[in-house]
Design a protein around this ligand. Sequence first.
Ligand SMILES: Nc1ncnc2c1ncn2[C@@H]1O[C@H](COP(=O)(O)OP(=O)(O)O)[C@@H](O)[C@H]1O
Ligand SMILES: CC(=O)OP(=O)(O)O
Ligand SMILES: [Mg+2]
Length: 411
Amino acid sequence: MLILVANLGSTSFKYKLLDMSGDFESANASPDSRVLARGAVDRIGEPISQCEVIVTQSHQGETFREETQMPVPDHGVAVQACLDQLTHPENGCLTEANEVAAIGFKAVHGGRKSGTFVVDDEVLEAMDEMSAAAPAHNPPYIAAMKLLRQRFPELPLVAAFETEFHDTISPERRTYAIPAEWTREMQIQKWGFHGSSHRFIAERAAEVLGRDDAKIISCHLGGSSSLTAIDSGKSIMTTMGMTPQTGVPQNNRVGDFDAFAIPLIMERTSQSLEEVLKTLASQGGLKGLSGGMADLRDIESAASEGNADAKLALGVYTEEIRRHLGGMMVALGRLDAIVFTGGIGENSDVVRAAVCAGLEGFGIELDASKNDGMRGEGSLHTESSKTQILVLPTNEEWIVAKRSLRALAAQ
Ligand SMILES: Nc1ncnc2c1ncn2[C@@H]1O[C@H](COP(=O)(O)OP(=O)(O)O)[C@@H](O)[C@H]1O
Ligand SMILES: CC(=O)OP(=O)(O)O
Ligand SMILES: [Mg+2]
C-alpha cells in the first residue's frame, strides 16, 4: 500500500512516497527501506529555490536523482511539481497518481480538531477557523488539499495535526493566565506544534538510549523552531503556544512577545492591528532581528563577517532556546538527552555549540571536536557528560504515514 506524505514547512516543501505494506508498527519496521521516492524544495518564495528529487526505483528500474535551482514562488507550485515528477513517464515511479492509497498531510492547526482525520468539509472548516492563528501554515495546506481533492476526488486525504502529540500536557502547563471562560469556551490555550517531529524523536531516542523511560528535550530547530520536554515518550511541556508564532524566534515570525506592546506600536506607526500582526508574523523573528535574513545559513555567514545585527539575531535565538531548555530541565527533574533535529538542529554546529555553552555544571558537556561539521545521526557529548547530546535527523513523514493508515483503518 502506497502513501504519499506532504510536508509543507514554513520555508520548504518535502514529500515522501512510502510503501507501507506489511507490519509498519513493529520496532524493526525500517522506515528508510520503504521510501520509493522523496523530494524537497528549500527556500520557497525566495528568488531561487533549491529542489532535490530522488526516485529509488523509476519506471526504467533505475534510481533517478536530480538537483535543480529555480524559483518556486509558493507551495501550490511545489505540490504540482511533485505530482508531475512522480508520474513522469521515464523518471517517475507511478503510472497514475491514483496508484497511491492516500495522501497524508503534516497539517498544522485544526484547533478543535486535534488528532488525525480523513479530510472532509468539517476538517477544512476547522483549519480555516485557525488560518488567522497560523497564517504561514494553514492557508497553503488548505489550498493544497482543495487542489488535490478536485484533481483526485476518489483519493482519501488525511490530516495528521501537529498539535496531537501535545494532548498529554497537563492543564498547569497548557493554560494561559486569562479569564477562565476564554480557555473553556474558546480553547485559547497552549496547543504546541511540530508534534510529528517530536514524536519521531521520542521514538528514535528511546531506541538509541535503549530505554522507554528516558527524559529528553527535543530541540526541533528549522524554519520554525520549538523545544519539547518528553518523559517516557510523552510530551509534558513545549515552547509554542496558541499559535506557531510563539516560543523561540522563528524564521520570520516573532516568537514570545508582550501583547501590550501592540497598542503602542499601532499608535506610533499609525498602523492598523492587521498591519502590525502581519509584520510580526512575516517580518519578525530572525528576519526582523538581522535586517532581512530569514535563513540561518545567511545569518551565520554574515555574523562570521562581523555583521552586528546578524550576531545579535544568533544571540537572541540561542538565548531563547536556552531559557526554555532551563525551564524544561526543571520540569523533567533529570535529563538523559538533549536531541537536536530540524534543518538548523541537524546542520548548524554554531547553534548547537551556543546552546550547550557553559552547561558543564549541570552535567551537560559538548565535545567540540564531535560537534564541528557533524551531520546525520550521531552523538556530541564527552565521555564524562551525564546528559547525552544527540543529533537525530527527523522523519516527520514516517509518523504522518503511520498515523494516516491508522485513521483510514478506523473509518
Ligand atoms: N547547513 C545549514 N546550516 C545552517 N542552517 C541550515 C542549514 N541547512 C538548512 N538550515 C536551516 O534550516 C531551515 C529549514 O529547516 P526545515 O526544518 O527543513 O524547514 P521548515 O521549517 O520549512 O520545515 C532553513 O531555513 C535554514 O535556516
Ligand atoms: C509549525 C510547523 O509545522 O512548522 P514548520 O512546518 O515551519 O516546520
Ligand atoms: Mg518543518
